[in-house]
Design a protein around this ligand. Structure first.
Ligand code: GCV
Length: 688
């Protein structure tokens, strides 16, 4: 049943239109046996109860015991749950699968058409179920299935930047937090629906609160509590029910913690990680957490970053800090995710994370993961990949991506991130042809891929119906970084907007082309970035153009533009391994898309096709706006083919998107014109 208060996103389960296809589904899935043994299995049963009536127009018959009957059916369980499963699938093949992996197979059993969903763990049964339902929701045949799937990255985590007790979400554009902290342990249906959305794309962990554990992002009516207080016993007790909701869907709960918690919550006068009392405090706290939430995942820490406390306060380093907390979690199998987002003490912030963390490689405890943003700056529309990937072979690493669109138009612009993430995954850290792209990392048990969340209380969850796609795509890319972006996008569009091919094709095209358009109008497309307004007003922050605030990031002067990050500048290029470093070091070989990130070049520097730098910047800014106009027109053509609510919402967003893209174009091109004194060849940029 559709929810009135909020959208069903891609789990709509609308009736399958094709009669023959529906009959085929009915033959194998109208009856089901799901092993009766775990919270995950009961979630699977609930999902069939929701999905089958929607897809087939009739209730699913769920057996209490393994059937012996003469009807086709669906069996969901591990091989030991049911003889039929063990007989249909090689037990060794199932046991070889990684946690989360599953097999889906169409089989004949006692003369009947049946289907098996099996896995070595119950979490895999949840994923296998969602895979099967996705096939049915997109009208795919299921009569000849032989699917074997397992995740590439063992940890696929969501980082909520929700600020507890303030109900807000930092950099969230979908309304206030869905988590009603004050009312916990009361649960809302929305929590379960969120867990379903996450599990349907393979996400297996959620950090419930913001990495900024002391700082609310904006004023709130409630000033009673702060995020770090989630570690108080009574708050932890309140969280147990929420953790159970996520557990049913194979999702472990994590918390962000404040490094100074022993002082904030305990009565210690230090948080020095080498102090015995501090270490004992963390041990006791970890024991308490696991006592209440036995499958708790661990702690995420932002330390010595943007005003948060950290080991530097005690002349210790990141290893000391991370390991002190890790030793407390270790007996419980918990893990510290320690962020590498540090800047402020180097003239070029790009070099700092590598300078700080690379020398520490090999010193972190086994249950520490160093969590690194995809690029060296901060989730800009396009950044070169962080130099830390491939530089810390002795350390478990996590890749942090941003699902929410902090710098890509927030809840207004339709900017799809999957093509950006693919560029990150495909980046070859050695360029030596030996297969070391970023997608080949994050395979160790302590490694993974992390997405900064985007959901809020809005009907659309993400503040923009089309931007639900970023959440979906994140899960798919974390599961399989080598995924085909076009296939993922089509799958999302078909589940979200139904089986109308024209709608699906248009949505796929709009999403595919949106990212490059954003790069063009927000940066000029040659590797510039970070030219946004840093206003005090929450909703203006990082949204409007304001290159004048950030001279160091674009390096514009009368003689040229760009930042010298070669050996004559900050030296960032040399942090890559050769031959990548060599390639970035010279403007002749540096890819055009990163050119001005690595080089300060004259305005009239000639690019490969003979166009000057300044002219290319003008052209790209104008092309970006044209592209957004084209995407808006494509969307407008869908009127009447999708429901009014979503059509209108996206159409209105597109009007604003075009207006804001024009604003970016005008501000940037005038800046380029003012510094360079060189007019646009086509006369589009007014003389000031
Ligand atoms: C959660 C940037 C963002 C902050 C964010 C920070 C981080 O500075 O603007 O909102 O804080 O990154 O990733 O820690």
């Amino acid at each position: 049943m559709p929810h009135e208060q909020y959208d069903d996103c891609w789990l709509r389960y609308e009736r399958v239109a094709d009669d023959a296809r529906r009959d085929a589904y009915r033959r194998r899935c109208a009856h089901a046996y799901v092993a009766e043994k775990s919270p995950e299995c009961s979630a699977v049963r609930d999902e069939f109860r929701r999905a089958i009536p929607g897809l087939l127009g009739e209730d699913v018959h769920l057996w209490q015991h393994p059937p012996t009957t003469a009807e086709g059916f669906l069996a969901v369980g591990t091989p030991e749950d049911m003889a039929m499963i063990a007989d249909s699938v090689s037990v060794d093949a199932v046991e070889d699968l990684a946690d989360g992996g599953y097999i889906l197979r169409s089989v004949e059993w006692e003369g009947q058409d049946c289907l098996v969903v099996t896995a070595p763990t119950d979490r895999g049964l949840v994923y296998g179920t969602f895979h099967l339902l996705r096939l049915m929701a997109t009208g795919e045949p299921i009569d000849d299935l032989d699917v074997r799937e397992e995740p590439a990255a063992p940890n696929r985590l969501l980082n909520q930047w929700d600020t507890p007790f303030h109900r807000s979400v930092e950099r969230g554009y979908g309304g206030e937090s869905i988590f009603d902290w004050e009312r916990l342990p009361d649960l809302r249906d929305r929590y379960e629906d969120y867990a379903r959305l996450l599990a349907s794309v393979g996400i297996n962990g959620i950090v419930l609160n913001n990495v900024n554990t002391t700082k609310p992002d904006r004023p709130s009516a409630s000033d009673a509590f702060e995020g770090w207080q989630l570690l108080e016993r009574r708050r932890l007790e309140d969280l147990t029910g929420l953790a159970s909701v996520f557990r049913r869907y194979g999702i472990r709960t994590y918390l962000s913690v404040n490094f100074a918690a022993p002082m904030l919550l305990g009565d210690l006068d230090t948080a020095d990680p080498l102090d015995d009392d501090v270490r004992a405090w963390w041990r006791e706290k970890a024991d308490e957490v696991y006592d209440l939430i036995p499958d708790f995942g661990g702690f995420l820490v932002k330390a010595d970053s943007e005003g948060q406390p950290g080991p530097y306060d005690y002349d210790r380093d990141h290893v000391d800090g991370a390991n002190a907390i890790a030793q407390a979690l270790e007996p419980h199998g918990g893990r510290v995710w320690w962020r590498a987002f540090v800047y402020g003490s180097h003239e070029d912030r790009a070099v700092q994370a590598y300078d700080t963390f690379e020398p520490l490689d090999g010193d972190f405890a086994d249950n520490v993961t160093v969590q690194i943003k995809n690029g060296p700056i901060d989730f800009q529309p396009r950044e070169p990949v962080s130099t830390l990937f491939g530089a810390m072979p002795e350390t478990d690493l996590g890749l942090e991506l941003q699902i929410t669109g902090e710098y890509t138009g927030q809840g207004v612009h339709a900017t799809y991130h999957l093509p950006m993430w693919k560029e990150v995954f495909d980046f070859d850290t050695r360029a030596d042809g030996e297969g070391t792209p970023v997608s080949s990392f994050f395979r160790n048990p302590g490694e993974g891929i992390v997405g900064v969340g985007s959901v809020g209380e809005d009907h659309s969850w993400t503040g923009h119906y089309l931007m639900q796609s970023n959440l979906y795509a994140f899960g798919c890319a974390a599961w399989d970084p080598e995924c085909d972006p076009e296939a993922v996008t089509r799958e999302w569009a078909a589940q979200t907007f139904g089986a109308d091919d024209e709608v699906v094709e248009t949505v796929v095209e709009v999403l595919r082309d949106s990212w490059e358009a954003c790069i063009d109008y927000e940066t000029g497309g040659l590797g510039l970035m970070h030219m946004m307004h840093n206003g005090e007003e929450y909703l203006e922050n990082h949204y409007y153009p304001s290159p004048g605030e950030w001279p160091g990031y674009h390096g514009a002067s009368e003689d040229g533009i760009g930042v010298d990050r070669t050996s004559t500048g900050s030296g960032y290029a040399a942090q890559y391994r050769d031959p990548v470093a060599e390639r970035f070091e010279s403007p002749e070989t540096c890819p055009e898309k990163y050119l001005l990130f690595f080089h300060h070049l004259p305005w009239d520097y000639e690019l490969a096709d003979g166009t000057t730098v300044v002219q290319r910047l003008y052209d790209n800014c104008f092309d970006g706006v044209e592209e957004v106009r084209r995407l808006r027109d494509e969307w407008a053509d869908l009127e009447g083919r999708i429901d009014e609510r979503r059509f209108r919402h996206v159409a209105e967003r597109f009007d604003e998107h075009v207006a804001q893209a024009e604003r970016w174009r005008d501000v940037l091109t005038e800046t380029f014109r003012d510094y360079s004194g060189i007019p646009d060849e086509q006369g589009r940029v007014p003389e000031s």
